[in-house]
Design a protein around this ligand. Structure first.
Ligand code: BTN
Length: 321
């Protein structure tokens, strides 16, 4: 009902709409409507009420909530079927995996304003403080071979870069396969987790963290981490970033799932790569080796040449540039 009332108020933005009209439109009592309006005011909506005239929505900017995100995605015809929103949670990936394990739902988006235990790749922590970034996870159930799951990370990286470049005049790079870099510092990352059996994916959770409006970072990471705000001076409503990233994600994802077409994603990953055409260090469990990264193959895997001229393909691991 909250969502419906917000929609009605938005449709009449800056104009009064009477309690009776809302009540007739929704077929619920005026008392229930009054209660919801009270909650909406408490959560930050600037709603003016006047006797005999009703209610007028004055400002709904920067409200980060399930209803706002759902309405925005719906208005753009997104593939997301359900949004779970939290003010605070341990990790949106953990929550999305829980849904994946316990339900048949898919195309579910989990978002939290804060993560108390945000996870990065290779067991690292992902700083996820209040009102500063986009911390979200998509639950997917694609009919793919588990060996193709890494493409989902590259689809997400391509979506993040394309979305960011629509809002900011910034040169965004991808450090293969999942780090989004601006001016040498990381501003976003992707953590893809999979639950699978031999030859079959049960579900995939693609976790996306974007430092949007973060004003500062702890000293120990301030020379490697940054935010879109710090790099551009622009503060942007996080919902806009969510909408665009989700839009491009599904554009590329549907192309891949339906038509097995991965070329556009591959092109973006190549064009934006800060890893290619240079010497890199490949860090694996117990070894680090240096090699020249010369291309991505058609599956998006990193092709490297070592100092003896031996060529090999890197599927996983950390690449340091
Ligand atoms: C990385 O670069 O190491 C990956 C970072 C991924 C962070 C996101 S934030 C939303 C989602 N939930 C998590 O706990 N992690 C991912």
């Amino acid at each position: 009902m909250k969502e419906k009332i917000i929609s009605i108020l938005k449709e009449h933005k800056n104009k009064f709409v009477s309690g009776e009209e809302i009540s007739n439109l929704l077929g619920v009592s005026r008392t229930s409507i009054w209660k919801v309006l009270k909650q909406l005011k408490a959560s930050g909506y600037n709603i003016e009420s006047a006797p005999k005239k009703g209610y007028k929505l004055l400002d709904d900017k920067n409200i980060y909530s399930k209803e706002e995100i759902t309405l925005l995605l719906k208005s753009k015809g997104s593939n997301v079927e359900e949004v779970f929103y939290f003010d605070s949670i341990n990790s949106t990936n953990e929550y999305a995996k829980e849904i994946g394990r316990n339900s048949n739902m898919e195309n579910v988006l989990v978002i939290s304003d804060i993560q108390t235990d945000g996870k990065g790749r290779l067991g690292r922590k992902w700083l996820s403080s209040e009102s500063s970034g986009v911390w979200m996870s998509l639950l997917l159930k694609p009919n793919l071979n588990p060996t193709d799951a890494s493409k989902i990370t590259q689809i997400a990286s391509a979506a993040i870069v394309t979305a960011i470049e629509e809002f900011y005049n910034l040169n965004v790079g991808i450090k293969w396969p999942n780090d989004i870099i601006i001016n040498g510092k990381k501003i976003a990352g992707v953590l893809t987790e999979m639950n699978s059996e031999l030859g079959e994916i049960n579900f995939i959770v693609v976790g996306i963290g974007i430092n949007v409006n973060t004003k500062s970072f702890p000293e120990e990471i301030s020379d490697i981490a940054s935010s879109l705000f710090l790099e551009s001076g622009l503060e942007i409503d996080r919902k806009k970033i969510i909408e665009k990233v989700i839009y491009y994600f599904y554009k590329f994802y549907n192309e891949y799932i339906k038509n097995k077409e991965f070329n556009e994603v591959l092109d973006i990953n190549k064009k934006k790569s800060v890893t290619l055409n240079r010497d890199v260090f490949i860090i694996r469990r117990n070894e680090t080796f240096e090699a020249y990264a010369y291309d991505l193959n058609r599956d998006g895997e990193l092709m490297v040449r070592d100092k003896d001229g031996k060529e090999s393909v890197v599927f996983y691991g950390e690449v340091s540039i």
